[in-house]
Design a protein around this ligand. Structure first.
Ligand SMILES: *Cc1c(COP(=O)(O)O)cnc(C)c1O
Length: 392
């Protein structure tokens, strides 16, 4: 199918489809570990790469390829390589593209396990990381060394929704001879396309919005063909492979991604406006609000503010826990990107491995609550929060 000129909504349901000889309308799932060849010569041609086609499911499965091709079309990338999880995708990016003695500059406000991966695990293998402010490009420039190969950022960040200037960071990375990788988990290509803003690599935890219903784990790395060859070689050799079942679930998830992201964002904006007007709330952080410190930048590089809202209560942890415990509709869990709204107290969960001083420096107070807004009616979410807010 020629995808040239098709709109993202069409690509989300049409791109990447491959059909077997049965011509199924909805894509089939390929639960097999290996594939047979018509002859010894065909086997040789497949293994040498002279002839395309599946070989062994560690690195080739038609269902996984369909998911990769559809996501690549949505991000505007030449190639996508899928992984078993978001963390596997991040690991593969470094293992596929870097070597010992090289240096990473990363935002301080990235996913907790990503910090641990760079700091504690990759550090042991001689890849050193400097952490800098997500909102101050001058810090990135100052952190560059001759050995710098990779910039790594998430925008908006979790849980404070800080927005990084992707184009500015791409320019600094390229001057330094480095690549910019953007973890696009919070926006997805429905709201933000980092490659169009100058980034070289896009990374996803497909576990979140790409699935959209909190069912399976998955990850992906996207970029141009030359860069992705290294990432694919790591997958083929080391095997952090996306399962056939999860690929099938994620392929279906992409079909409704744009509709879901519009709804998550519209509900989040409604909730953020209501929270900002509420007398018991000290501060609301949502990129779609004009009061957000990077509102203008966010509106330039994103379609809208996205589905994550954070807010701060003056009463610290006691007040935050009261509000969380009074909810009846929202789920108390750290996951996000689900149809169901989730509510989290970052200081005692996702960010509890940091010292109180590190949390204070990062701006994650004890009164901070993060909400990943789902698809329930916003009025029901407001009533759910009001139950606890009335108690403090
Ligand atoms: C969840 C998450 C990850 C890790 O993804 P997994 O699929 O859980 O391995 C990475 N980055 C961000 C921003 C995330 O939210």
């Amino acid at each position: 199918m020629n995808l040239q000129g098709l709109h993202p909504d069409t690509l989300a349901v049409r791109a990447g489809t491959q059909r077997s000889q049965f011509q199924e309308h909805s894509e089939a799932m390929y639960l097999t570990s290996s594939f047979v060849f018509g002859s010894a010569a065909e086997a040789a041609a497949r293994f040498s790469g002279a002839e395309p086609g599946p070989i062994y499911a560690r690195f080739t499965n038609p269902g996984v390829s369909m998911f990769e091709d559809r996501l690549a079309a949505l991000e505007g990338a030449e190639r996508c390589v899928a992984f078993a999880s978001g963390m596997a995708a991040i690991l593969a990016t470094v293992m596929g593209l870097m070597k010992a003695g090289e240096h990473v500059v990363a935002s301080r406000s990235i996913f907790g396990s990503t910090v641990q991966l760079f700091q504690n695990i990759l550090g042991r293998f001689g890849v050193e990381t400097t952490f800098v402010s997500p909102t101050d490009p001058a810090e990135w420039r100052a952190a560059v060394k001759p050995s710098t190969r990779l910039f790594f950022v998430e925008s908006p960040s979790n849980p404070l929704t800080e927005v990084s200037d992707i184009r500015a960071l791409a320019d600094i990375a390229h001057e330094a001879g480095a690549w910019l990788a953007v973890d696009n988990c919070f926006c997805t290509p429905a709201l933000q396309r980092p490659l169009q803003l100058g980034a070289d690599i896009v990374i996803h935890s497909a576990t979140k919005y790409l699935d959209g219903q909190g069912r399976v784990l998955g990850g992906a790395v996207l970029g141009d063909k030359a860069l992705m060859e290294g990432v694919y070689t790591f997958l083929r050799t080391a095997g952090p492979t996306l399962s056939a079942f999860n690929a099938w679930v994620l392929l279906k998830g992409l079909e409704t991604l744009s509709l879901r992201m519009q709804a998550h964002s519209a509900h989040a904006l409604e909730l953020a406006i209501w929270l900002e007007a509420h007398p018991k709330i000290a501060r609301v952080l949502y990129p779609g609000l004009p009061s957000h410190p990077q509102h203008e930048l966010a509106m330039r590089q994103q379609v809208n503010g996205g589905g994550i809202v954070a807010f701060e209560l003056a009463g610290g942890k006691e007040a935050a826990w009261k509000v969380i415990d009074a909810t009846q509709v929202m789920s108390i869990t750290a996951n996000l990107g689900d149809t169901r709204t989730t509510i989290t107290h970052p200081a005692s969960t996702t960010h509890s491995r940091m010292t109180p001083e590190q949390r204070a420096a990062a701006g994650i107070g004890d009164g901070l609550i993060r909400i990943a807004v789902g698809l329930e009616h916003p009025a029901d979410l407001m009533a759910d929060l009001e139950r606890g807010l009335a108690l403090i």
